[in-house]
Design a protein around this ligand. Structure first.
Ligand code: NDP
Length: 256
């Protein structure tokens, strides 16, 4: 039996990068998965086809029983995010796992950020996470799992221009701890994975700033998205029942 057979999940920002790896890993472990995306419609539809094909070949329930669902939702709109949680719940009849992954990374010197920049970065990276958790708290039951994708930059900021991003991720870390306290008595865990440099469109291992990032790490090579996904699967599993309010740093030792 796969670790997550019979579970249902919603992943925000599942069309690319770390989110897409989490969608694949959850599905490979037997979960039925819904995910959101904002602009990558083609990638989202390809991922739906890939995951549904995987279910057929692995002998799991037919896609019709719990068809993979791609929802176009802009995380900047907290009501739309809450509706996505409701739609995943209605589609599957329950929601066991919520992964808050959608994120943006915008860099400027602190004095040059505008309040529009603030609204966008805090809106997508932090407010949307609160909105999703709030709605999930209303529908999840015993055994529920909430997994937030934060950043090692919430703990340590080794280079300039990242103040707003670091602030948004630090906010999610605080939210993780508070929600873990609130939801623990109901058997629902809330944790945050804090990735360091991970090879995606957001931060390619071949990008102009990659060598500087590698020089900070004890293990120089960038994380692979699958490595973050493997931790998400573990946190979603029954084995992680007693892990809550935790920050799981996956950064090749950069913050040591
Ligand atoms: P990518 O840019 O590769 O992918 C981002 C994903 O988020 C896409 O699926 C994108 O969907 C979605 N997304 C972005 N904006 C919105 C929005 N407004 N509404 C809905 N979905 C949105 O990033 P990564 O995979 O690298 O990052 C995933 C998470 O990991 C983020 O929270 C990021 O901050 C965090 N992280 C990444 C690190 C890295 O080095 N890569 C390090 C530390 C943390 P679409 O394409 O449809 O817009």
């Amino acid at each position: 039996m796969l670790q997550l057979t019979g579970k249902t999940a919603l992943v925000t920002g599942g069309s690319r990068g770390i989110g897409a790896a989490i969608v694949r890993h959850l599905a490979r472990e037997g979960a039925n998965v819904a995910f959101t995306y904002s602009s990558s419609g083609e990638a989202a539809q390809k991922l739906v086809a890939e995951v549904d094909a995987l279910k057929n070949t692995s002998g799991q329930a037919s896609p019709a029983a719990g068809a993979t669902l791609a929802l176009q939702v802009d995380s900047l709109d907290p009501i739309a995010v809450q509706e996505a949680v409701s739609r995943a719940f209605d589609h599957f009849g329950k929601l066991d796992i919520l992964v808050n992954n959608a994120g943006i990374f915008e860099l400027k010197p602190t004095g040059e950020f505008t309040m529009d920049d603030y609204e966008r970065q805090m809106g997508v990276n932090a407010r949307a996470v609160f909105a999703a958790i709030q709605r999930a708290a209303q529908v999840m039951t015993e055994g529920g799992r909430i997994i937030n994708i934060g950043s090692s930059l919430a703990e340590r900021v080794p280079s300039p221009d990242m103040s707003l991003y670091a602030m948004s991720k630090a906010a999610v870390w605080g939210l993780t701890k508070g929600a873990a306290r609130d939801l623990g008595p109901r058997g629902i865990t809330v944790n945050i994975i804090q990735p360091g440099s991970t090879d995606t469109d957001m931060n390619p291992a071949s990008g102009p700033h990659a060598d500087g990032q590698r020089s900070l790490r004890a293990i120089a090579s960038f994380n692979k998205p699958q490595e973050i996904a493997a931790m998400a699967v573990y946190l979603a599993s029954d084995a992680a029942r007693s892990i809550t309010g935790a920050s799981l740093l996956i950064d090749g030792g950069a913050n040591v």
